[in-house]
Design a protein. Structure first.
Length: 455
């Protein structure tokens, strides 16, 4: 996973150039807003990064970044004076300001102070050679928030997937209380027509484009259930919030929940999904964290606490070796057999939850070794829509395991089968193994209950 530093800088700075407004025609001088962004970024990095930061390394990173962005803009042979670090942080920041102003003077009208300020900030963050410590342009920051917290859109509340048998559009989930849910649409229904047009052979993108639309508008869908076509149903589109938790019932009354991310509402969404499955008679659970790259630390604690009744969830160690242990928050559901599915893309908050469940013994981890991201990032907004994301701590599992670069080894290792379809027991060997483990556990529990009843 190593990356060449110069290539990473060029990619970051190129993205910033493409996302920012045209170059300013003003004189090469930093205004208070640009100076504040630079000063705050320097302070956050040098005081909050989880390892000691060498000021000269930071200043060298700024210098390299400014020369690279000038070169990319076609300004050859630009002269930007190097800054030598001193003990005074304020003086170092002033030196960065002067470098940015010198770079703008060399750039003329080709680059603005904002663009060069962003380049300087990206350079200082890249100087610590930590792929998680990065500058986020306004677009990057907005996309990150949307990815974690979901977005709102006009739609029917149907989660769809392609049906490989009949080549129609299958309903894989229904958003609770959405138009489809209120109309009685169910998981595993087939959508065979939308507004009278057959969906046979449609891609999910094409179907989604027809199902989504302005709130208050209507769409007609025809459902096939258990091989029988039902009368067309007219749905009125409403505001739908993108979910991070999807649930369904598998054969044998085993509940299945898949988490796509650890966002702001994931804990609450999972609690609702588990309650819904319990009311439908779920006797055991599979939680799928495969391909889940993580998210908020608080979300990991909230999710873990639904299965762990008490005790530590994770310990966070800062640069000063201060350790904060986060405990379960007394929201656990009644215990049932639990399997957690993981793979090499299970990372960050997903690993916190997997590690807590493994160490506490409340569930069995199945799949392949996880990614191994054992560090925590803090995001600091810079006031103009941009932000800096900085690694501020490392975390340890309840048994004080540091899994950074190591990952979590599952209790039962099962390799993902080719062309796996997650959540479909007939095409998902890892899930099949999870179900076998759960059925074995349920059988043991039934025998124990039966023996006790006969005494």
């Amino acid at each position: 996973m190593k990356r060449i530093v110069s290539s990473a800088l060029i990619a970051t700075l190129t993205a910033a150039l493409l996302q920012l407004p045209a170059a300013s025609q003003t004189a090469p001088h930093l205004d208070a807003a640009d100076a504040s962004k630079i000063s705050n970024s320097y302070t956050y990095l040098t005081s909050e990064y989880y390892k000691r930061v060498d000021p000269q390394t930071v200043l060298d990173g700024v210098h390299t970044a400014l020369l690279l962005v000038l070169k990319h803009a076609g300004i050859a042979g630009a002269s930007v004076p190097e800054v030598h670090a001193g003990a005074n942080a304020g003086a170092n920041v002033q030196g960065i300001d002067r470098e940015v102003e010198a770079a703008q003077h060399a750039a003329g009208t080709k680059l603005s102070a904002v663009e060069l300020s962003y380049a300087a900030i990206a350079g200082m963050l890249n100087s610590v050679h930590d792929r998680y410590t990065v500058f986020l342009s306004p677009k990057d920051y907005s996309e990150l928030n949307t990815g974690l917290d979901g977005s709102d859109f006009g739609g029917t509340g149907i989660v769809i997937q392609a049906d490989e048998t009949n080549h129609f559009i299958a309903v894989s989930n229904v958003v609770p209380d959405g138009p489809a849910d209120k109309a009685g649409i169910q998981q595993d229904d087939l959508i065979i027509a939308i507004d009278g047009d057959s969906t046979k052979g449609w891609s999910t993108d094409r179907a989604s484009a027809h199902l989504r639309g302005k709130e208050g508008t209507k769409v007609s869908i025809t459902i096939q259930r258990d091989g029988k076509a039902l009368a067309p149903i007219t749905l009125t589109r409403a505001k739908i919030h993108q979910l991070s938790v999807f649930d369904k019932m598998l054969p044998g009354d085993i509940g299945y929940v898949a988490l796509t991310v650890f966002g702001r509402d994931t804990g609450a969404e999972l609690a609702t999904a588990l309650d819904r499955l319990r009311k439908r008679g779920a006797k055991a659970l599979v939680m799928d964290l495969r391909d889940n790259g993580g998210g908020y630390l608080d979300a990991a604690v909230a999710v873990s606490s639904l299965f762990i009744s008490s005790g530590p969830i994770v310990s966070v160690e800062s640069r000063a070796s201060n350790i904060t242990t986060l405990e379960a928050n007394d929201t656990a559901i009644p215990p049932v057999p639990l399997v957690v599915l993981v793979n090499q893309y299970t990372a960050s908050a997903s690993e916190i939850t997997s590690g807590a469940i493994q160490d506490s013994g409340v569930g069995t981890i199945v799949g392949t070794k996880t990614f191994g991201k054992g560090v925590v990032q803090t995001i600091y907004p810079l006031g103009d829509g941009s932000a800096v994301k900085i690694t501020t701590a490392r975390y340890l599992t309840p048994h004080n395991r540091d899994i950074n670069h190591l990952g979590i080894t599952p209790d039962v290792v099962v390799t993902e089968n080719p062309k796996a379809r997650f959540g479909d027991p007939s095409k998902d060997e890892q899930l099949t193994k999870a179900l076998a483990i759960i059925n074995g556990r349920l059988s043991q529990l039934n025998q124990t209950t039966g023996a006790g009843a006969g005494n």
